[in-house]
Design a protein around this ligand. Sequence first.
Ligand code: DAH
Length: 342
Amino acid sequence: MKDKIQDVLNTVENFTADTVEELESFRIKYMSKKGIIPALFGEFKNVAPEARKEVGMALNELKNKTQEKLNVLRRQLTEKTASGEQQDMDLTLPVNFSRQGTRHPLSVVRRQILDIFARIGFTVSEGPEIEDDWHNFSALNFREEHPARDMQDTFFVDDKDEKIVLRTHTSSVQVRVMEHQQPPIRTVSPGRVFRNEAISARAHCIFHQIEGLYVDHNVSFADLKQTLYYFAREFFGEHTKIRFRPSYFPFTEPSAEMDISCNICGGKGCNICKYTGWVEILGCGMVDPQVLDNCNINSEVYTGFAFGMGIERITMLKYQINDLRLFFENDLRFLDQFHAAY
Ligand code: DAH
């Protein structure tokens, strides 16, 4: 028995390992439950009583030395790996890139727009996607029989009772903000909106808008124009021109639609601007005094302007995307092109 132990001890002491794998098979061979050393301990019960003390000491020594050997070799191997010395490592190989995600182009543009308005003091506010009739329509001057309600192809949440809707625009957030806050109000409200439209390259039943609202003493149409001019130049470039066309919205008076000079052809005419040199980007106007009063803001004291734009539309113009459906398909060949955008 003593000789056996001595033999094993010799082998252990002469052992060296070049790789972690070699070291691991050594550990399994000698130290695991069914390994050589536990087996020797198992044989201990057969040792004659008078030899037990000596054999026991030898066994313990063997076990300790083996464990020590394992520790030393393991430490040496980790140091080697860390300093790149291990022979089977080829440092000239390219690293294994893990695929990195990108922000969705709509998120990129939403952030850019919110940033631009944050620089002139607009806070961000949000409201629910499931809205009641008051916030989506009535408070905004859409009366029960108002034809503009049809214009918006509303999804009703409950067929029988047309009081709860999926919001058709983010103008509903205007109402919520004004109900909870007295002027000065300067806020932009991004969000998803829903309309019952057939899906095509130019329309979708889900899309995104950003609403803007500014209410204070003496807010005028000139403030509206200057604010939107600043936005257009920041977003589309400093040579961008703007123009306003009279329009109609129930909640603003007067109302306008704003065009920018086509950023693709610089106003010379191309198929994006349908050879007019201009593209429409948003609706806007002075908040109708009735809307202020509906929200408990004194229209004798305060005036305000509002505007609303579609994020998809602006993204399509900025990145020359010609099909709205691309935003919703999650095709990585499309999304991967926005790596550089922040
Ligand atoms: N809510 C309008 C729409 O979805 C957009 C809009 C127009 C918002 C004029 C406004 C505004 O705040 O003043 O078509």
